[in-house]
Design a protein around this ligand. Structure first.
Ligand SMILES: [Zn+2]
Length: 397
């Protein structure tokens, strides 16, 4: 065997070793479905029980979305992560702050908000999904209010509260973060809470929720199991599952990572939402287009995270930025399609050939585009020269 052949064999062996060392994440990205069409979903959290100014924001959002159509003629879609109750400050104050009372979205005070939501749902542009009965764990808020005067005045306020003004760790529903690091909730308490929120959601929207997104992206397998038993089919994630709040109040205890299309051991499909678009924080429309372009290269749907605070703090400016962003996305990707998270989950589950790529070359190209996100892989691929054959795959695009 010539020296050249030996060297070539050694390089091939080296590449094989690199591929073997990263086999897990490489295989996961190969299994992850590749979309045939660019897909954009605007996901907006925190709507529901809360400030009455939401009604006008929802009416104007619905009108905006109806005016923007994809290539199939379908209007743009925005999900509403729905919160079903806020504190009933007057009643809690009457108890001296000792007992928690809720003001649910079913209360007559929220009639205009409900009407605006339902009109947008009817028009096919707003898609509700479960965010939580409350954007906090009630017992934790009650306990925190004993020692924190800001939390106490928030809790006792007679006006429907904005949970956005709570300290972030207290906005987490599925842990007790009254004291940090947070404490786990009893399994039975979680199960009962999920039963309550699913029943409340059903009474308001006429059907059980089928997509759930945990407040502040902190939840655990007990929540997931309870959601699955209650009929949840898809769980929106940031790509990992944080299970607690650490001693500094940050999300911690990450015990799972996931890609879109993977299934929870309990059954629901995971979706990954990882493009952040908050116009009130200075995010421009180009951020939406950049996120879309990158995910299209990766054969992924672009799930964009935004929140109601954008549309409560600066309605006109946030609507304008969203409108420019959606129109720019259509210009950048004329084949763009709008769809709901549940439709995406179903298409992935069924490997629907109308949406999911089956041809080898497009799948390889998308797989190549996903690899740079694997920690350390890019560096190792450069050092080993594996980057050359991978670059060839990229150029084949
Ligand atoms: Zn939220």
């Amino acid at each position: 065997m010539s020296v050249l052949a030996l060297a070539f064999a050694a390089v091939l062996l080296l590449w094989a070793a690199v591929l073997l060392a990263f086999a897990g994440p490489l295989a996961a990205r190969w299994r992850e479905p590749v979309l045939r069409q660019p897909v954009l979903i605007i996901e907006s959290d925190d709507w529901g029980a809360g400030p009455l100014a939401q009604a006008e924001a929802l009416i104007r959002l619905s009108a905006l979305l109806q005016g923007i159509r994809d290539v199939s003629g379908r209007p743009a879609i925005m999900t509403l992560g729905v919160i079903l109750e806020v504190p009933d400050g007057a009643r809690i104050a009457a108890s001296g702050g000792a007992a928690y009372h809720a003001l649910t979205l079913a209360d007559s005070r929220f009639a205009t908000v409900r009407t605006a939501m339902l009109a947008g749902i009817q028009a096919g542009v707003l898609v509700p999904q479960l965010h939580g009965q409350s954007h906090y764990w009630p017992a934790a808020i009650l306990a925190a209010a004993q020692t924190d005067s800001d939390v106490r005045s928030w809790l006792l306020s007679p006006e429907p509260a904005s949970t956005e003004t709570l300290p972030p760790y207290l906005q987490t529903r599925w842990v007790d973060a009254a004291h940090l690091p947070s404490h786990s909730l009893a399994s039975e308490a979680i199960r009962q809470a999920v039963e309550l929120e699913v029943a409340t959601y059903q009474s308001l929207f006429g059907r059980v929720p089928r997509v759930a997104v945990a407040t502040t992206f902190v939840w655990n397998e007990i929540v997931e199991d309870a959601w699955a038993k209650a009929g949840i089919e898809a769980i929106v994630t940031p790509g990992h599952r944080a299970t607690n709040r650490d001693s500094t109040g940050q999300p911690g205890g990450i015990d799972a990572t996931m890609l879109s299309g993977e299934c929870s051991p309990d059954g629901p499909v995971y979706l990954v939402r990882d493009v952040y678009f908050e116009p009130a924080l200075g995010h421009g429309p180009e951020r939406l287009v950049k996120g879309l372009n990158q995910r299209v290269r990766q054969g992924r749907a672009c799930l964009v995270e935004t929140h109601r605070f954008n549309f409560l703090q600066s309605l006109d400016a946030s609507l304008a930025t969203l409108e420019i962003g959606l129109n720019s996305a259509l210009t950048a990707c004329p084949a763009l399609r709008f769809m709901s998270p549940l439709e995406l989950a179903h298409a992935m589950n069924a490997r629907d050939p109308a949406w999911i790529e089956t041809r080898l070359m497009p799948r390889l190209i998308a797989w190549r585009a996903r690899l740079d996100e694997i920690p350390r892989f890019r560096r190792v691929a450069q050092l080993s020269g594996l980057v050359w054959p991978l670059a060839w795959l990229g150029r084949a695009a």
